[in-house]
Design a protein around this ligand. Structure first.
Ligand code: SAH
Ligand code: SF4
Ligand code: F3S
Length: 440
């Protein structure tokens, strides 16, 4: 038996890949350890969405490289988006690395391990147009939780001018419905209570099938018909790809939750155009209005970038007003970071100074906090169903925390561990990041 430690950075895609890689490795006598010092194999599953994430990956590798130079008998690997992007150039920057494994090749991992254990140094990064996710029938070692992430698409065809994902994850590929359904059933049999379907643009699901009539709505219908009490979510939705059929299906199906993540990126139509997003402010407004009208109590969250090249103060202010006007319940924000290969990275003369970007980032966060509280206050006094995710002690009191169907976090004081149970809760108070509730 050998031990593997994987440090996972970045989005759910990477977290899901890590679960798959740990599953694969378990077939070859590698057991996961949470203690890097105990590991024989150390891997970092990297993200390149911003420069900071990339730098983090190399500094992690540096620490392990030092262990190796000090004589520790370990193997070191880098996988994920930085690996896919930098390929064998990584060996010259971090010579102690034994293998580089791109996002397209995670199913080569067992073979790669065999080769590095024979003393080879390996780089497996070729792009493929085939789905890269568990088509080999390996186990998936899911993180213990109530929610299971199930990839439905890989890659992205949108080429937003700031974004590296199309370069690190390749063209959009949909996984076969039968593979997805099997994974969902396995997760439910293993006790998971919530399935989140995952893709850069879930609404594109099925566009690449020969028979284009099977789409996300059909997949949701099929999963909804599986026996049992569980919830279904899906992320991320590209604004203009959300069809009426999808919204209607989400409303009609009892297990599909009232939650849409619809990244807007900027409140300014001019900036959206420069970002190569296929909608303007008015179009986004119409989509959000429709979702709100059709889905009672829906939570809509979004992503925004502060300080995109050329963004003026007036255009930035349009992002602040968008968050108010569309009553966005919560948003992720990031300061713009130029990424190699992307179109916007070449607009150097339009780059916004770091201090201005940072100041806009802070103002955005303040706005988001205000709106989050406003949105939470709407639910005080209501009775809501909560799926309990955690049980812990806080200031001498035992607390269960979980989520409502519409993705609000609720704290419920209660001495009994209710993890994994659906409970009815009366909402008694609202804070910025969570609701307070009592069991009814
Ligand atoms: N597919 C999703 C986003 C995936 S990337 C969508 O289309 O919305 C997650 C988020 O990272 C993006 O929504 C964006 O807000 C942010 N992001 C991507 N590239 C970035 C960059 N170069 N600088 C700062 N933030 C970035
Ligand atoms: Fe990136 Fe745009 Fe694709 Fe989202 S839709 S992953 S932001 S290129
Ligand atoms: Fe995800 Fe980061 Fe890659 S956000 S897709 S891990 S670049």
């Amino acid at each position: 038996m050998k031990y593997v430690y994987i440090e996972t950075m970045g989005c759910q895609m990477n977290k899901s890949d890590t679960e798959r890689m740990l599953g694969m490795l378990s077939h070859f006598d590698y057991e996961e350890t949470k203690d890097p010092e105990k590991a024989d194999l150390l891997m970092v599953n990297t993200c390149s969405i911003r420069q900071l994430s990339e730098d983090k990956a190399f500094s992690q590798l540096g620490v392990w490289g030092k262990w190796k130079q000090e004589g520790k008998n370990i193997k070191i690997g880098i996988c994920g988006c930085v690996a896919q992007q930098k390929t064998n150039k990584i060996f010259s920057r971090a010579p102690y690395v034994d293998f580089v494994l791109g996002t397209h090749k995670i199913y080569s991992l067992p073979e790669v391990i065999k080769r590095i254990n024979n003393g080879e140094r390996v780089c497996e990064c070729e792009e493929t147009n085939l789905p890269t996710v568990n088509e080999e029938g390996y186990r998936i070692n899911r993180v213990k939780s109530t929610n299971a992430w199930v990839n439905i698409t890989e890659g992205c065809n949108n080429f937003c001018t700031y974004c590296i994902v199309p370069y690190t994850r390749g063209r959009e590929r949909s996984r076969l419905p039968e593979t997805i359904i099997k994974e969902v059933k396995d997760a439910l049999n293993a006790g998971f209570k919530e399935i989140t379907l995952l893709g850069q643009n879930v609404d594109s699901y099925g566009k690449d099938f020969k028979d284009k009539s099977y789409r996300l709505a059909d997949l949701l219908r099929e999963i909804n018909s599986i026996q049992g009490n569980f919830r279904i979510r899906f992320v991320t939705s590209y604004p203009t790809d959300i069809t009426d059929e999808l919204i209607e299906t989400a409303v009609e199906l009892d297990k599909v939750c009232e939650y849409f993540h619809i990244p807007m990126q900027s409140g300014s139509s001019a900036v959206l155009k420069a970002m190569n997003r296929r909608y303007d402010r008015e179009t986004y407004a119409k989509i959000v209005e429709k979702v709100r009208k059709m889905v009672p109590d829906v939570t809509i969250t979004s992503d925004f970038i502060a300080g995109f090249p050329g963004e003026t103060e007036e255009q930035f202010a349009e992002t602040l007003t968008a968050i108010d006007e569309f009553e966005l319940d919560y948003c992720n924000v990031a300061a713009y970071s130029p990424r190699e290969k992307t179109v916007a990275a070449k607009w150097v003369d339009k780059f916004i100074p770091e201090d201005v970007k940072d100041e806009r980032f802070q103002r955005l966060n303040k706005k988001i906090q205000e709106n989050c509280l406003k949105s939470n206050l709407k639910y005080v006094g209501r009775e809501m169903e909560v799926l309990v995710e955690n049980f812990y002690e806080h200031k001498g009191k035992m607390i269960n925390t979980g989520k409502t169907r519409n993705f609000k976090t609720v704290h419920i004081p209660c001495d009994k561990d209710l993890t994994g149970e659906f409970v009815n809760v009366k909402i008694t108070g609202a804070k910025t990041w969570y609701l307070q509730g009592e069991l009814v």
